[in-house]
Design a protein around this ligand. Sequence first.
Ligand SMILES: Nc1ncnc2c1ncn2[C@@H]1O[C@H](COP(=O)(O)OP(=O)(O)OP(=O)(O)O)[C@@H](O)[C@H]1O
Ligand SMILES: [Mg+2]
Length: 313
Amino acid sequence: MTVALDVQAVQVAIPHHRTSVLAVTDVAFTIEQGEALGLVGESGSGKSLTLRALMGILPPRTSQEALRLSYGEAAGHRMAMIFQEPLAAMSPTKRVQDLIAEGVMATRSVPRRAARARALELMAEVGIPQPAQRARAWPHELSGGLRQRVVIAMALATDPTVLLCDEPTTALDVTVQDQILGLLDQLRRDRGMAILFVSHDLAVVATLCQRIAVMYAGQIIEVGSTHDVLRTPKHPYTAALLQASRSRSGVQTSRPIGGSPPAPETFAEGCRFADRCRAAKDVCRTAPYRLATVAQQHATACVRVDELGRDVL
Ligand SMILES: Nc1ncnc2c1ncn2[C@@H]1O[C@H](COP(=O)(O)OP(=O)(O)OP(=O)(O)O)[C@@H](O)[C@H]1O
Ligand SMILES: [Mg+2]
């Protein structure tokens, strides 16, 4: 296996009154070539800030306190990112072929004609029917699903080895969501592209990703294969997320997670989930954060993992 992206540390500060606080603190992970890693967690856990820090497009007034990453051995590594709202990524005054061609020209030194021809190929690759007819369409003329395909083509135009996806299917209806997930999966396999896929929805992540990292209050609290994380979660927060998502799909009785995640200015020492955790003991409030390996390729930040039974996990 070849590492496509090795993230050793991401820390992001956000403004708070006259000072700043860290909203993303302990984020580190690797993604292999041709692998999709899902990043899941409740709203506000720091998923978007993490991706924006990696991409170098943090919002104004936020700042990168640490960013250490390296790519695998192969040369020419590049990241591209797609967002929840495709229209925001597209200039309204450019036709779709030109939007895609611009990415091609920015990456390969080719004349406009060749870039526009390449744009048509990319439109076909992302499953846009009759690319030649759609080439002169304006972004606002397209359906949500087609817009997201155009945005994916714009990303592919830069020949990315790593594709960062921030909830790219959340705004789409379920059928179109499945089609876009299918497309991303195909691109991963065909191109050997690495994907970092952010979603608050475990079920969505599980369909696309081989591994899952769970984020809570600015930290990754569990990471493992999709199979292991779903079948044998090793952190009470992951188990609670699973309960909540199963109850939504009606498979099991409802057990929503009580309380709400802490705001960055209130991040405490020890486990940040302790206040909402049914299994928390004193040690949880003092033990420093550490992602410890509990099984092959499966790690958790829960210090009490060995003592917890199936009622919690
Ligand atoms: N531009 C900003 N200025 C100030 N605070 C911000 C900014 N962007 C994010 N935050 C704060 O940083 C924390 C992490 O936000 P982030 O957007 O990364 O969460 P998220 O996991 O992507 O959530 P969601 O699922 O709602 O998209 C939150 O507390 C949020 O309020
Ligand atoms: Mg977000």
